[in-house]
Design a protein around this ligand. Structure first.
Ligand code: GCO
Length: 478
């Protein structure tokens, strides 16, 4: 088969998130966030009753981890900043000096090793006081608190950080956190996801325009947002399934991509229909219906310099009337759509992650067609295992198969993809799966207080791919 190489200026990275790797949950003045709170007050919400109190202890391992990143040969390191380590209350009444110190040290160590810091401002770990006292992202005031938080980040780190993303996977933050008991804060309200999404889009736009007004001229960076695209395919070629799949892509990805990246802005039509439906369910006064004013549409439209995309797998959709299928992970109640995994496909130890590489190319082409080929940076892609070497062989296959489809999308289809980060740098706290699902190129021994990192075979394979700038199935240890 044809051999593809990576474009000359294509950038490689690996990704993590603060709560999943840092630990030091209450060290140096850090405030409590909603994951600290949930895992401490409701340990049974986590499959192995674990938490991120220590995690990979990355807070204490800056030099060791940057050495590993340097050895991998990555161009950038995608990590997130813990809002509650910077602003313990979530508001700017107190800026925590140790939080500023920690991220300055990490950023400086990365730059000293020619690795670009690629920063996610918010990756699920909302300060608990903003949830408890303000109602979290259901409250539009969070958009102002987020803007203030972004200002602190630009001011303190923007002279060295050129690549920012505001939110990681807003669909999951809102749909799984406020419309379903999947992730913290585990609120279930029919209109919860929509109200949360409204706040996040306005918060994102405020942070973008703040940067334009006060920092872009001097700091010359760029601001994006990270959306996850589970690719949705029709289960059969009948029209109902085709419509269900397109509706699921619009609902899950278009919800946040349309207002920012489409020509017309605003929510996709299917979302507006569903917001109306959900609001009727809650009998919300019309004034609470999360719909944008024309001014807000203009504020949000175009408010990003690139589109961060996470991708893992493909689901197969039908209208929910088809009683022959059980309700899958992506049962979208307001849309009567049900999308399930292909249980016959090769998969990881996690129930939802099947190896379906062609879905990656299709997803990139859908984005190209929907949003006029925006610059896309892949900021998460990978597969989990239950911690055994056999699964790491699956990870080597997964990376080569998915990178091949991405290169086809670039070389054959003209998709504008400029970079790629593997999820994840190292095994870490996988949210409600705890430490039972391991996504890392490096394994971490969570039974050892030293949290030693050990490269898996896939780490060497990924390193070879970066070094030789082409697909590489061979494992050549250092
Ligand atoms: C997410 C996050 C990551 C996950 C990864 C594997 O999708 O929830 O971006 O934090 O760990 O995607 O599920």
């Amino acid at each position: 088969c044809k051999e593809y190489t990576f474009p000359n200026n294509f950038k490689f990275g690996v990704a993590t998130a603060a709560y999943q790797v840092e630990g030091a949950w209450n060290t140096g003045g850090k405030g409590e966030n909603i994951w600290d709170h949930m895992t401490h007050t409701n340990p049974s919400s986590i499959l192995d009753r674990s938490n991120g109190d220590i995690a990979c202890d990355s807070y204490h391992k800056i030099k060791e981890d940057v050495r590993l990143l340097k050895n991998l040969g990555v161009d950038f390191y995608r990590f997130s900043i813990s809002w509650s380590r910077i602003l313990p209350s979530g508001k700017t009444d107190h800026i925590n000096p140790d939080g500023i110190r920690y991220y300055n040290e990490l950023i400086d160590e990365l730059l000293a090793n020619d690795i670009k810091p690629f920063v996610t401002m918010h990756h699920y770990d909302l300060p608990q006081p903003l949830q408890e006292e303000e109602g979290g992202f259901l409250n539009l005031k969070l958009a102002d608190y987020f803007e203030d938080y972004a200002d602190v980040l630009y001011k303190n780190f923007g002279d060295r950080v050129r690549d920012w993303t505001t939110f990681n996977q807003p669909t999951l933050i809102c749909f799984l956190g406020y419309s379903g008991e999947f992730i913290a804060p585990m609120i279930t309200r029919k209109d919860g996801g929509y109200l949360c999404g409204h706040t996040l889009l306005i918060a994102h736009a405020k942070a973008y325009h703040l940067y334009n007004k006060r920092y872009r001229a001097s700091q010359k960076g760029r601001i994006g947002i990270v959306q996850n695209i589970f690719w949705f395919e029709p289960r059969t070629n009948n029209i109902e399934d085709l419509q269900a799949a397109e509706a699921a892509n619009e609902f899950n990805f278009g919800w946040f991509a349309n207002p920012i990246f489409s020509k017309e802005g605003d929510y996709p039509q299917i979302m507006k229909e569903n917001i109306e439906y959900a609001s009727k369910q809650e009998a919300l006064p019309k004034s609470r219906l999360p719909e944008f004013t024309q001014e807000e549409i203009e504020l949000i439209k175009g408010s990003a310099d690139f589109l961060g995309v996470n991708h893992y797998t493909t689901f197969y959709c039908s209208p929910v009337e088809d009683k022959s299928i059980e309700i899958g992970l992506f049962y979208i109640p307001d849309m009567n759509t049900n999308c399930i995994v292909d249980k016959t496909a090769e998969g990881s130890s996690s129930s939802w992650l099947k190896v379906k590489p062609t879905g990656f190319r299709k997803a990139l082409n859908w984005i190209k067609q929907q949003y006029d080929n925006p610059e896309v940076i892949i900021l998460e892609n990978g597969i989990s295992d239950a911690g055994n070497l056999l699964n790491d062989c699956l990870r080597v296959n997964y990376y080569n198969l998915y990178l091949t489809e991405m290169l086809k999308a670039i070389h054959e289809d003209g998709c504008n993809v400029s970079g790629y980060a593997a999820w994840s740098f190292m095994d870490n706290f996988e949210w409600r799966s705890g430490y039972t699902q391991k996504f890392g190129l490096y394994s971490v021994d969570f039974d050892d207080p030293a949290r030693p990192r050990t490269p898996k075979m896939s780490a060497f394979v990924f390193k070879n791919i970066i070094r030789e700038r082409k697909i590489n199935w061979t494992y050549t240890p250092d």
